[in-house]
Design a binder for this molecule. Sequence first.
Ligand SMILES: Nc1ncnc2c1ncn2[C@@H]1O[C@H](COP(=O)(O)OP(=O)(O)OP(=O)(O)O)[C@@H](O)[C@H]1O
Ligand SMILES: [Mg+2]
Length: 498
Amino acid sequence: MSVEPVLQVRDIVKVYGGVRALGGVSLSLAPGEVHCLAGENGSGKSTLIKVICGVERPDSGEIVVGGGEPLTHTTPSEAIRAGIQVIYQDFSLFPNLTAAENIAYLSELAARHKLSSRRRIRAAAEAVVADLGLRIDLDADVADLSVADRQLIAICRALVGEARVLIMDEPTTALTSAEVQRLFTIVERLQERGVAIMFVSHKLDEVLQISQHVTVLRNGLVVESGPAAEYTGQRIAKAMIGRDVSQERHVDPVEPDADVLLAVDGLGRDGAFSDVSFELRRGEILGITGLLGSGRAEIAEAIFGVHPAEEGTIAVGGRPATISSITEAMKAGIGYVPEDRLTQGLFLENPIAENIVAASLDSYRGKGRLLDRRRIADSISALFEQLRIKAPNPQAPVRSLSGGNAQRVVIAKWLDRNPTVLLLNGPTVGVDVGSKEEIFTILRRLAAHGTGIIVISDDIPELVASCHRVLIVRAGRLVAELVGDEIEVAEIQQRMAG
Ligand SMILES: Nc1ncnc2c1ncn2[C@@H]1O[C@H](COP(=O)(O)OP(=O)(O)OP(=O)(O)O)[C@@H](O)[C@H]1O
Ligand SMILES: [Mg+2]
């Protein structure tokens, strides 16, 4: 055990305006080790990563890279030169550059050639894409690519340079299971080359497949650290949250003659999906699942008017609704929590409170159309409590929230509008296991109070735990409807794959 660590973090403290994000964290990474960093939303994982790669300066503590001198902090360029590469939770790509430029531009700059060369950038990008066995349109603007492709580009970018330490903050959230397995193959290959990998994920069983070591953070402190072989997903979850987490099936009964809140009939859009018909009743939680690219997200986007359907009809609360825009969908009483919350759901620089009430300001106008500030403040504190949003205060910008807490803000925003039907696309992506359970408890409560809930998700265990019915989409069509006891993980997986 005398292998010299490639990275040592010693007693790092980081406080943001009174909020203690890290309270003295130490850990080390051996060459070729995959180190799982787990912890609930807001426990300090991303902050630790930012300190390691020099984006944030710690209040105290040291970092040792390789056998070098202890540093009180590194700068981002020192970190990169020392071989530390990071893939951030939000990828941090440049939307107006092409895929190839995103992959290779920074390393081209770092290499300090006199002239940066388009051809060299392109060749470097091609090499890493080929090395990883990926297929990406290198000439596409990143803004036009899917979330999954953007994630792959972020991975490629990190691997262009000679990485000794690769840190990945929730890299698999938007990947299909096939893409995850491919990523894991890449991880193994890097391990063989001696690269140390720090992996942050809320998919605990998944990350255990590849980890040798586990460190669990809670409230900015290391609460457990040990060999991965001693851990199960359940045990990590318990260390994170401090209690057992259950994913047992729990659905409240639905009245057989309950009102139909949403009726979709013969919905179709060329090239995306066709002949989609279903109903949603009061009190019901309906799951829609399918592989990435099956059309599951497109169906939701049509119902919310993002990309309207070309065929078929939609009725909300018994009334026919023409939905050719988001505004019309909202007027009809539909709410939508999008998949890509960081770009579609939130204004990151604005206060949390503003984000929550942005879509429902009109309901707070009293006499003379004046905003009732008191009532706004009351709703916001009620939603903070209901969703257990962890933030310094409601006036802080959304940018200061941890990923999982930002997701709660998107949900809060729609709850505040009190929609007839609420569609949620991947509502627990990036949300820790304990909070997942809480979010579904909230959805159950909403359903019981009369909101129709549709959850689009590829987290099958959570659908099994909470849905009354599950619809399965394959190649743009509904291929199965499972009810009650038929809703099982293996059954769903089989029907998804066809
Ligand atoms: N720039 C900032 N300003 C103020 N507070 C911040 C800032 N960045 C992070 N925090 C706070 O520090 C704490 C830790 O956040 P961090 O992003 O490290 O959590 P995390 O473990 O990555 O969570 P998640 O799983 O939700 O991504 C949170 O309470 C967060 O609100
Ligand atoms: Mg984070």
